[in-house]
Design a protein around this ligand. Structure first.
Ligand code: ATR
Length: 283
Protein backbone atom coordinates (compact mmCIF):
# COMPACT_ATOMS: atom_id res chain seq x y z
CA UNK A 1 0.00 0.00 0.00
CA UNK A 2 1.28 3.44 -0.87
CA UNK A 3 0.60 6.40 1.40
CA UNK A 4 -2.01 8.01 -0.82
CA UNK A 5 -3.98 4.85 -1.55
CA UNK A 6 -6.58 3.28 0.71
CA UNK A 7 -5.91 -0.12 2.21
CA UNK A 8 -7.69 -2.31 -0.33
CA UNK A 9 -8.48 -5.02 2.19
CA UNK A 10 -10.61 -2.58 4.18
CA UNK A 11 -12.48 -1.16 1.21
CA UNK A 12 -15.16 -2.33 -1.18
CA UNK A 13 -13.33 -2.76 -4.53
CA UNK A 14 -14.50 -0.36 -7.22
CA UNK A 15 -14.10 -0.57 -10.99
CA UNK A 16 -15.89 1.18 -13.81
CA UNK A 17 -15.92 2.61 -17.27
CA UNK A 18 -14.50 5.96 -18.36
CA UNK A 19 -15.53 7.46 -21.68
CA UNK A 20 -17.92 9.92 -23.26
CA UNK A 21 -20.70 8.91 -23.59
CA UNK A 22 -21.05 5.96 -21.19
CA UNK A 23 -24.77 6.03 -20.34
CA UNK A 24 -25.77 3.32 -22.83
CA UNK A 25 -22.92 0.93 -22.08
CA UNK A 26 -23.81 -2.66 -21.19
CA UNK A 27 -20.62 -3.12 -19.17
CA UNK A 28 -22.17 -2.14 -15.79
CA UNK A 29 -24.81 -4.85 -16.26
CA UNK A 30 -22.18 -7.36 -17.33
CA UNK A 31 -19.82 -6.77 -14.40
CA UNK A 32 -22.78 -6.38 -12.02
CA UNK A 33 -23.91 -9.89 -12.98
CA UNK A 34 -20.46 -11.34 -12.29
CA UNK A 35 -20.11 -9.46 -8.98
CA UNK A 36 -23.43 -10.93 -7.80
CA UNK A 37 -22.58 -14.38 -9.11
CA UNK A 38 -19.28 -14.38 -7.18
CA UNK A 39 -20.80 -12.68 -4.11
CA UNK A 40 -18.21 -9.88 -4.29
CA UNK A 41 -19.13 -6.69 -2.44
CA UNK A 42 -17.79 -4.49 -5.23
CA UNK A 43 -19.23 -2.00 -7.69
CA UNK A 44 -18.77 -1.16 -11.38
CA UNK A 45 -19.57 2.46 -12.14
CA UNK A 46 -20.03 4.23 -15.52
CA UNK A 47 -18.18 7.59 -15.41
CA UNK A 48 -18.45 10.26 -18.12
CA UNK A 49 -15.01 11.86 -18.42
CA UNK A 50 -14.02 14.79 -20.65
CA UNK A 51 -10.66 14.48 -22.47
CA UNK A 52 -9.22 17.48 -20.60
CA UNK A 53 -9.95 15.75 -17.26
CA UNK A 54 -8.56 12.33 -18.16
CA UNK A 55 -5.13 12.65 -16.55
CA UNK A 56 -6.57 14.07 -13.33
CA UNK A 57 -9.27 11.38 -13.14
CA UNK A 58 -6.65 8.64 -13.52
CA UNK A 59 -4.64 10.13 -10.65
CA UNK A 60 -7.67 10.37 -8.37
CA UNK A 61 -9.49 7.08 -9.00
CA UNK A 62 -6.94 4.80 -7.26
CA UNK A 63 -7.15 7.03 -4.18
CA UNK A 64 -10.91 6.46 -4.07
CA UNK A 65 -10.51 2.69 -3.95
CA UNK A 66 -10.70 1.92 -7.66
CA UNK A 67 -8.75 -1.19 -8.71
CA UNK A 68 -9.07 -0.40 -12.41
CA UNK A 69 -11.34 0.76 -15.22
CA UNK A 70 -12.43 -0.03 -18.73
CA UNK A 71 -11.77 2.69 -21.26
CA UNK A 72 -13.93 3.61 -24.21
CA UNK A 73 -14.22 6.34 -26.84
CA UNK A 74 -12.61 8.92 -26.87
CA UNK A 75 -9.86 7.85 -24.42
CA UNK A 76 -8.66 4.49 -25.76
CA UNK A 77 -5.55 5.95 -27.44
CA UNK A 78 -4.80 8.72 -24.93
CA UNK A 79 -4.56 6.36 -21.95
CA UNK A 80 -1.48 4.73 -23.51
CA UNK A 81 0.52 7.89 -22.92
CA UNK A 82 -0.69 8.14 -19.31
CA UNK A 83 -0.05 4.49 -18.32
CA UNK A 84 3.17 3.37 -16.62
CA UNK A 85 3.18 -0.01 -18.40
CA UNK A 86 1.54 -1.02 -21.69
CA UNK A 87 1.15 -4.63 -22.82
CA UNK A 88 2.58 -5.60 -26.21
CA UNK A 89 -0.88 -6.20 -27.66
CA UNK A 90 -2.16 -2.78 -26.54
CA UNK A 91 0.95 -1.13 -28.02
CA UNK A 92 0.51 -3.04 -31.30
CA UNK A 93 -3.18 -2.12 -31.56
CA UNK A 94 -2.43 1.47 -30.47
CA UNK A 95 -5.27 1.56 -27.94
CA UNK A 96 -6.20 0.18 -24.51
CA UNK A 97 -9.60 -0.86 -23.18
CA UNK A 98 -8.58 -2.11 -19.72
CA UNK A 99 -6.54 -0.36 -17.02
CA UNK A 100 -5.31 -1.96 -13.82
CA UNK A 101 -4.41 0.31 -10.89
CA UNK A 102 -1.68 -1.63 -9.15
CA UNK A 103 -1.11 -1.51 -5.39
CA UNK A 104 2.27 0.20 -6.01
CA UNK A 105 0.42 3.11 -7.67
CA UNK A 106 1.38 2.20 -11.23
CA UNK A 107 -1.18 2.10 -14.04
CA UNK A 108 -1.05 -0.93 -16.32
CA UNK A 109 -2.80 -0.70 -19.74
CA UNK A 110 -4.02 -3.68 -21.76
CA UNK A 111 -6.21 -4.30 -24.78
CA UNK A 112 -8.49 -7.34 -24.51
CA UNK A 113 -10.62 -6.69 -27.63
CA UNK A 114 -8.66 -9.11 -29.80
CA UNK A 115 -8.74 -11.74 -27.08
CA UNK A 116 -12.54 -11.24 -26.80
CA UNK A 117 -12.94 -11.55 -30.56
CA UNK A 118 -11.08 -14.88 -30.76
CA UNK A 119 -12.62 -16.28 -27.54
CA UNK A 120 -16.10 -15.59 -28.98
CA UNK A 121 -15.28 -17.55 -32.16
CA UNK A 122 -13.71 -20.40 -30.18
CA UNK A 123 -16.75 -20.67 -27.92
CA UNK A 124 -19.41 -20.43 -30.61
CA UNK A 125 -17.64 -22.15 -33.53
CA UNK A 126 -15.31 -24.63 -31.77
CA UNK A 127 -14.19 -26.26 -35.02
CA UNK A 128 -13.14 -22.93 -36.58
CA UNK A 129 -9.59 -23.17 -37.98
CA UNK A 130 -7.77 -19.83 -38.41
CA UNK A 131 -5.49 -21.36 -41.05
CA UNK A 132 -8.32 -22.96 -43.09
CA UNK A 133 -8.08 -20.16 -45.65
CA UNK A 134 -7.81 -16.38 -46.08
CA UNK A 135 -9.55 -14.06 -43.63
CA UNK A 136 -11.41 -10.99 -44.92
CA UNK A 137 -11.84 -7.99 -42.63
CA UNK A 138 -14.28 -5.24 -43.61
CA UNK A 139 -13.34 -1.98 -41.90
CA UNK A 140 -10.11 -0.44 -40.63
CA UNK A 141 -11.05 1.49 -37.46
CA UNK A 142 -9.96 0.84 -33.89
CA UNK A 143 -11.97 -2.36 -33.56
CA UNK A 144 -10.63 -3.69 -36.88
CA UNK A 145 -7.03 -3.19 -35.67
CA UNK A 146 -7.71 -5.46 -32.67
CA UNK A 147 -9.35 -8.05 -34.96
CA UNK A 148 -6.41 -7.99 -37.41
CA UNK A 149 -3.84 -8.34 -34.60
CA UNK A 150 -5.70 -11.28 -33.04
CA UNK A 151 -6.33 -13.09 -36.34
CA UNK A 152 -2.64 -12.86 -37.30
CA UNK A 153 -1.67 -13.99 -33.81
CA UNK A 154 -4.04 -16.97 -34.11
CA UNK A 155 -2.30 -18.23 -37.24
CA UNK A 156 -4.24 -16.72 -40.16
CA UNK A 157 -1.81 -16.91 -43.10
CA UNK A 158 -3.47 -14.45 -45.48
CA UNK A 159 -5.58 -11.49 -44.44
CA UNK A 160 -7.52 -9.26 -46.81
CA UNK A 161 -8.79 -5.88 -45.69
CA UNK A 162 -11.04 -3.24 -47.21
CA UNK A 163 -12.25 0.08 -45.85
CA UNK A 164 -14.22 3.02 -47.22
CA UNK A 165 -11.24 5.26 -46.43
CA UNK A 166 -8.50 3.28 -48.14
CA UNK A 167 -5.60 5.03 -46.38
CA UNK A 168 -6.65 3.50 -43.05
CA UNK A 169 -6.33 -0.04 -44.44
CA UNK A 170 -3.00 0.90 -46.05
CA UNK A 171 -1.84 2.10 -42.64
CA UNK A 172 -2.83 -1.22 -41.03
CA UNK A 173 -0.93 -3.11 -43.76
CA UNK A 174 2.12 -0.91 -43.17
CA UNK A 175 2.05 -1.80 -39.46
CA UNK A 176 0.99 -5.45 -39.58
CA UNK A 177 2.93 -6.59 -42.61
CA UNK A 178 3.21 -8.91 -45.52
CA UNK A 179 0.34 -11.25 -44.75
CA UNK A 180 -2.10 -8.40 -45.55
CA UNK A 181 -3.62 -7.42 -48.89
CA UNK A 182 -5.60 -4.20 -49.25
CA UNK A 183 -8.73 -4.19 -51.44
CA UNK A 184 -10.41 -1.08 -52.70
CA UNK A 185 -13.82 -0.39 -51.06
CA UNK A 186 -15.53 -0.75 -54.44
CA UNK A 187 -13.93 -4.23 -54.73
CA UNK A 188 -14.69 -5.40 -51.18
CA UNK A 189 -17.03 -8.14 -52.46
CA UNK A 190 -14.10 -9.71 -54.37
CA UNK A 191 -12.07 -10.30 -51.23
CA UNK A 192 -14.75 -12.72 -49.99
CA UNK A 193 -13.86 -15.15 -52.79
CA UNK A 194 -12.34 -18.20 -51.11
CA UNK A 195 -12.27 -16.53 -47.68
CA UNK A 196 -12.67 -18.96 -44.75
CA UNK A 197 -13.28 -16.25 -42.13
CA UNK A 198 -15.19 -13.02 -42.81
CA UNK A 199 -15.58 -10.18 -40.31
CA UNK A 200 -17.60 -6.97 -40.40
CA UNK A 201 -15.58 -4.57 -38.27
CA UNK A 202 -17.42 -1.44 -39.43
CA UNK A 203 -20.36 0.08 -37.58
CA UNK A 204 -22.65 -0.55 -40.58
CA UNK A 205 -25.71 -2.67 -39.79
CA UNK A 206 -26.08 -1.24 -36.31
CA UNK A 207 -29.64 -0.23 -35.38
CA UNK A 208 -30.24 3.23 -36.83
CA UNK A 209 -27.34 3.01 -39.34
CA UNK A 210 -27.26 1.90 -42.95
CA UNK A 211 -26.75 -1.82 -43.59
CA UNK A 212 -23.41 -3.08 -44.88
CA UNK A 213 -23.80 -3.19 -48.65
CA UNK A 214 -20.81 -5.29 -49.68
CA UNK A 215 -22.04 -7.84 -52.29
CA UNK A 216 -21.91 -11.36 -50.86
CA UNK A 217 -22.09 -13.32 -54.14
CA UNK A 218 -18.50 -14.54 -53.80
CA UNK A 219 -18.98 -15.78 -50.23
CA UNK A 220 -18.38 -19.57 -49.89
CA UNK A 221 -21.03 -21.50 -47.94
CA UNK A 222 -18.27 -23.02 -45.77
CA UNK A 223 -17.05 -19.63 -44.48
CA UNK A 224 -17.38 -18.54 -40.88
CA UNK A 225 -18.95 -15.07 -40.78
CA UNK A 226 -18.99 -12.78 -37.77
CA UNK A 227 -20.00 -9.21 -37.07
CA UNK A 228 -18.72 -6.86 -34.37
CA UNK A 229 -22.11 -5.12 -34.35
CA UNK A 230 -24.40 -6.74 -31.74
CA UNK A 231 -27.41 -4.41 -31.85
CA UNK A 232 -29.27 -6.13 -33.46
CA UNK A 233 -27.75 -9.51 -32.58
CA UNK A 234 -28.46 -10.80 -36.09
CA UNK A 235 -27.43 -7.99 -38.43
CA UNK A 236 -28.63 -7.96 -42.07
CA UNK A 237 -25.07 -9.05 -42.99
CA UNK A 238 -25.25 -12.11 -40.70
CA UNK A 239 -28.77 -13.00 -41.86
CA UNK A 240 -27.77 -12.88 -45.51
CA UNK A 241 -24.59 -14.87 -44.85
CA UNK A 242 -26.61 -17.48 -42.97
CA UNK A 243 -29.11 -17.69 -45.85
CA UNK A 244 -26.12 -18.44 -48.12
CA UNK A 245 -25.19 -21.41 -45.94
CA UNK A 246 -22.42 -19.83 -43.85
CA UNK A 247 -21.88 -20.44 -40.14
CA UNK A 248 -22.42 -17.17 -38.31
CA UNK A 249 -21.38 -15.91 -34.87
CA UNK A 250 -22.92 -12.73 -33.47
CA UNK A 251 -20.83 -9.99 -31.87
CA UNK A 252 -22.23 -9.99 -28.34
CA UNK A 253 -19.81 -12.70 -27.23
CA UNK A 254 -16.84 -10.44 -28.07
CA UNK A 255 -18.17 -7.82 -25.65
CA UNK A 256 -18.64 -10.49 -22.96
CA UNK A 257 -15.25 -12.16 -23.43
CA UNK A 258 -13.23 -8.93 -23.64
CA UNK A 259 -14.54 -8.07 -20.17
CA UNK A 260 -13.40 -11.28 -18.47
CA UNK A 261 -9.63 -10.57 -18.10
CA UNK A 262 -10.35 -7.17 -16.51
CA UNK A 263 -12.82 -8.63 -14.01
CA UNK A 264 -10.29 -11.29 -13.04
CA UNK A 265 -7.46 -8.80 -12.55
CA UNK A 266 -9.64 -6.41 -10.51
CA UNK A 267 -11.76 -8.74 -8.41
CA UNK A 268 -9.99 -12.15 -8.36
CA UNK A 269 -12.21 -14.86 -9.87
CA UNK A 270 -12.13 -15.70 -13.57
CA UNK A 271 -15.79 -15.16 -14.58
CA UNK A 272 -17.86 -17.43 -16.83
CA UNK A 273 -19.22 -16.33 -20.19
CA UNK A 274 -22.46 -18.34 -20.43
CA UNK A 275 -26.16 -18.10 -21.38
CA UNK A 276 -27.04 -16.54 -18.00
CA UNK A 277 -24.64 -13.69 -18.70
CA UNK A 278 -25.99 -13.18 -22.24
CA UNK A 279 -29.51 -12.99 -20.84
CA UNK A 280 -28.49 -10.55 -18.10
CA UNK A 281 -26.78 -8.25 -20.61
CA UNK A 282 -29.67 -8.40 -23.11
CA UNK A 283 -32.44 -7.72 -20.56
P1 ATR B 1 -14.33 1.51 -34.04
O1 ATR B 1 -13.42 1.80 -32.89
O2 ATR B 1 -15.68 0.99 -33.63
O3 ATR B 1 -13.68 0.64 -35.07
P2 ATR B 1 -13.95 3.77 -35.83
O4 ATR B 1 -12.49 3.77 -35.57
O5 ATR B 1 -14.69 5.05 -35.91
O6 ATR B 1 -14.70 2.93 -34.68
O7 ATR B 1 -14.22 2.91 -37.15
C1 ATR B 1 -15.49 2.75 -37.72
C2 ATR B 1 -15.39 1.86 -38.96
O8 ATR B 1 -16.68 1.81 -39.62
C3 ATR B 1 -14.41 2.38 -39.99
O9 ATR B 1 -13.90 1.29 -40.72
C4 ATR B 1 -15.34 3.25 -40.87
O10 ATR B 1 -14.85 3.51 -42.16
P3 ATR B 1 -13.97 4.85 -42.41
O11 ATR B 1 -12.59 4.56 -41.90
O12 ATR B 1 -14.02 5.07 -43.88
O13 ATR B 1 -14.65 5.97 -41.63
C5 ATR B 1 -16.54 2.35 -40.94
N1 ATR B 1 -17.74 3.08 -41.32
C6 ATR B 1 -18.52 3.86 -40.54
N2 ATR B 1 -19.55 4.39 -41.25
C7 ATR B 1 -19.40 3.95 -42.54
C8 ATR B 1 -20.14 4.11 -43.76
N3 ATR B 1 -21.25 4.87 -43.82
N4 ATR B 1 -19.70 3.48 -44.88
C9 ATR B 1 -18.58 2.72 -44.84
N5 ATR B 1 -17.84 2.51 -43.72
C10 ATR B 1 -18.25 3.11 -42.58
Amino acid sequence: MTEDQPDRLLHVPLAGLIGMPVAHSRSPRLHGHWLRRHAIAGHYVPMPVMPEHLAEVLRVLPRLGFVGVNVTIPHKEAVLTLADAVTDRAALIGAANTLIFRPDGKIHADNTDGYGFIANLRQNAPDWQPDAGPAAVIGAGGAARAVVASLLDSGVRELRISNRTRIRSEQIKAEFGARLTVYDWAQAGNMLDGAATVVNATSLGMTGKQPLRVPLDALSPGALVTDLVYTPLMTPFLLESQARGCRVVDGLGMLLHQAAPGFERWFGPRPEVDEDLRRAVLE
